[in-house]
Design a protein around this ligand. Structure first.
Ligand code: B1M
Length: 216
């Protein structure tokens, strides 16, 4: 039954039926499925299929927009559930996170931010298309010990390097660890730009964040 529910949610996302996605998520929660099982088993998989269809020319930009809207509405339902499962731990660290300048991809970054918050981090989510200087200013303001930089485009990945350089220039590089992620970002890229770590998905981002701030 749970497999059928997950398949239904994924199919509605791929077919561009946000109402169906929301209804499916409600049904899955009512059936007792864990939020992460719904995210991993249906939503992320569905978005990957949408991306593949766009890459192969079967789908166009409007398809991406409608599916992304379904994903966002689904996440709005799931975020409180994830937070409700948050273990009461002493704050694991303060994170400033955002999608770099020129890049408006929001879903993966928000998922990482939600998972960090659900795992005890104090999260300052700056949103998307975030200028380099804004990252630097918010690190200063919050005293963050971790910065998360998301980039989904090969043309915007360089923004991650720009932020790392700006943090160094502002004398903040010793204070903060930097983790990077996003579909085109690899461990080799992270090493090359002097990031402290790279995570492939939201779950490994939480493990990495805990390691970087010395909590794991
Ligand atoms: Co765009 N887009 N898009 N898009 N889009 C991609 C990224 C693309 C791969 C599609 C494709 O061609 N197959 C392609 C990039 C090609 C490239 O550069 N290599 C692409 C393109 C080309 C574009 C435009 C240029 C299209 C155009 O206008 N012609 C344009 C650019 C706009 C801009 O940013 N300036 C564009 C626009 C859009 C929409 C606005 C329509 C929409 C985003 C809506 C929104 O976010 N509100 C959109 C979408 C939805 C996608 C795809 C289909 C899905 C992205 C997504 O949300 N995935 C995407 C295809 C794909 O990625 N396969 C695509 C689900 C999400 C959960 O996964 O974001 O990968 P993801 O996040 C993961 C991991 O990457 C990781 O953890 C997350 C959770 O597991 N992660 C981190 C992410 N950030 C992290 C940070 C970390 C750690 C891990 O630490 C800090």
């Amino acid at each position: 039954m749970s497999t059928a529910l997950l398949e239904r949610i994924s199919a509605s996302l791929v077919e561009g039926d946000p109402d169906g996605t929301v209804a499916g998520v409600r049904d899955a929660l009512a059936a007792g499925l864990e939020p992460m099982a719904i995210i991993d088993g249906a939503l992320v998989a569905g978005m990957r299929t949408v991306g593949d269809k766009y890459a192969s020319g079967e789908y166009f930009l409007p398809n991406l927009i409608v599916s992304a809207s379904g994903m966002k509405q689904a996440m709005a339902l799931l975020e409180p559930e994830l937070k409700a499962r948050r273990q009461e731990v002493k704050s694991a660290g303060t994170v400033v996170i955002g999608t770099v300048r020129g890049d408006i991809h929001e879903i993966g970054k928000s998922l990482v931010a939600t998972m960090l918050a659900a795992n005890g981090f104090d999260v300052h989510d700056l949103g998307v298309d975030v200028p380099v200087d804004t990252f630097v200013a918010r690190v200063k303001e919050t005293g963050a010990n971790l910065v998360g930089l998301s980039a989904l485009l090969t043309t915007t990945m360089h923004g991650q390097k720009d932020v790392i350089e700006a943090l160094a220039k502002a004398g903040l590089r010793e204070q903060v660890k930097v983790m990077v992620g996003g579909a085109p970002v690899s461990r080799a890229w992270a090493d090359g730009i002097g990031a402290d770590g790279w995570a492939q998905d939201a779950v490994s981002a939480v493990d990495l964040a805990a390691r970087l701030v010395g909590r794991a």
